[in-house]
Write a protein that binds this ligand. Structure first.
Ligand SMILES: C=C(O[C@H]1C=CC=C(C(=O)O)[C@@H]1O)C(=O)O
Length: 452
């Protein structure tokens, strides 16, 4: 086993040592490089407004499983970045930690369990062995190793460059679907929506996001890199991402929703809630969008999210600005959308903001705790990392987290897809059933799999 492999199976513990990194230019896109390492832990990040990023392997890992998981991750990542001797390279090439959190805390699944979310802890971050970031002018490879491998750094850079530009490796063939398993049948779903509306009315809740899990049996593993490439092409204004905390188990998708981005004290987030179809023509598209903009139920659904986000930011941020509702049009749907911006002091970390915001009522509900209780009570499956924060953090505490929706988990020859819809008083169970099915389209279309 090479030293690269040894470090991946047993990541060094934080604080135990120091690390060194070095960077050089490379002539391969992060997405193409992802296809060259199908057997590795990978994190891929194709964000519409950020440089493409691929992270491979793990020089160090931080896993957290306490109710203070965001704070603990923040502290431990600060410690970790403090132990990395930075590269003499442009800022864009600086090492980042990549990963995310489960939807609920207390979610850590024991290693010997059958749950398909095993290896996805309450929170997991990785300081990658190799990272590729595509800037405007150049693409950078950064390799980070424990200090005692310092003398090998230059040969490891060359080794990774060769390996990541190896166009001969592929992620496998196109699978066919052989069976579909729904967490709730159509009748059960409609009954559950009615039950949730009853609880909203009797317990004085504003909103609960109810989700479905659809597990698909396949006749071959999902070819992750080609699927990411199709998602990127088909959903260009979404963030296509993947994260495998262990090789062979990958959470991936193309999400329209950013939880929070922090860069130099500037915060960007959004209220994304309210859904309608795409029209067949531009005129029909506009009619559907106008109908949603003028509909009180959608306005309420979105306002709950915007108000909750703004209220969560105000104690720590200045200039919290919530835009008027507009339409975010993605390839298969249109959403009601309000961008939200703010400024924060320079010492604020993106993880502390993610902690304040997750879960927004776009994926949880309002009030947060009561809605979460309803979700735990009525959803007959483990949300795992569905609808949770996934993203990256740098040594300054800046970074971006998206909300892991329009997403699925794949392992062996299986795929578990997740989709939810916001339930408020007045929601129609049949409409919401159709909405949830539409959440599976991006990934199923990328695999050319049709729902029965
Ligand atoms: C919960 C999901 O979407 C949320 C994001 C946008 C619009 C939503 C809605 O209209 O219900 C959902 O709240 C999902 O895709 O699984």
């Amino acid at each position: 086993m090479s030293r690269q492999d040894a470090a991946e199976t047993e990541p060094a513990s934080v604080g135990a040592e120091t690390y060194v990194s070095a960077s050089r230019r490379i002539d391969v896109s992060p997405l193409a490089a992802a296809g060259a390492v199908p057997d590795r832990r990978r994190f891929c990040w194709l964000h519409p407004e950020e440089p493409d990023l691929l992270a491979v392997g793990a020089t160090a890992a931080v896993t957290v499983d306490s109710p203070d998981r965001f704070e603990t991750a923040d502290d431990r990542l600060t410690e970790l970045f403090g132990a990395v001797d930075g590269p003499d390279a442009p800022e864009i090439a600086a090492p980042r930690a990549v990963g995310g959190f489960a939807f609920f805390d207390g979610n850590t699944v024991p290693a010997d369990t059958q749950s398909h979310w095993r290896d996805f802890d309450d929170g997991t971050f990785v300081l990658p062995r190799a990272q590729i970031v595509a800037g405007d002018d150049a693409t950078w490879l950064t390799v980070t190793v424990p200090e005692d491998e310092h003398s090998e750094l230059s040969s490891q850079l060359d080794g990774w460059a060769d390996r990541l530009t190896d166009a001969g490796t592929h992620d496998g063939t196109e699978p066919e679907a052989t069976a579909f398993h729904w967490s709730l049948s159509r009748e059960e779903w409609e009954r559950t929506v009615d039950d949730v509306i009853g609880r909203i009315e009797s317990d004085g809740l504003d909103k609960v996001v109810l989700a479905q899990e659809l597990t698909v049996d396949l006749d071959a593993p999902v070819p992750v890199a080609p699927v990411l490439s199709r998602l990127r092409e088909t959903y260009p204004n979404c963030t296509t991402f993947c994260f495998s905390p262990t090789p062979g188990r990958t959470f991936f998708g193309a999400t329209p929703e950013t939880l929070v981005a922090l860069a130099d004290g500037h915060v960007q987030t959004e209220a994304l809630a309210g859904t309608t179809d795409r029209g067949e023509t531009a005129a029909e598209d506009t009619d559907l969008a106008d109908a949603m903009l003028g509909d009180e139920k959608y306005q309420v659904e979105n306002r709950i999210v915007a108000d909750t986000i703004a209220d969560a930011l105000r104690p720590v941020a200045d200039d919290v600005t919530v835009a008027e509702p507009s339409i975010k049009r993605i390839t298969n749907l249109q959403h009601l959308h309000r961008p939200i911006t703010a400024t924060v002091p320079s010492e604020t970390s993106v993880l502390s903001l993610a902690e304040r915001l997750h879960p927004t009522p776009a994926v949880g509900g309002s009030p947060r705790r009561a809605a979460s209780d309803v979700i735990r009570d009525v959803e007959p499956f483990d949300r795992g990392w569905y609808a949770s924060p996934v993203g990256w953090v740098d040594g300054d505490g800046d970074g971006t987290f998206v909300v892991g929706i329009r997403a699925g988990l794949t392992w062996d020859e299986r795929l578990a897809l997740y989709g939810g819809a916001g339930i408020v008083t007045g929601s129609d169970p049949t409409t919401e059933y159709g909405e949830v099915r539409s959440r599976f389209e991006p990934i199923l279309d990328a695999l050319e799999v049709e729902l029965p």
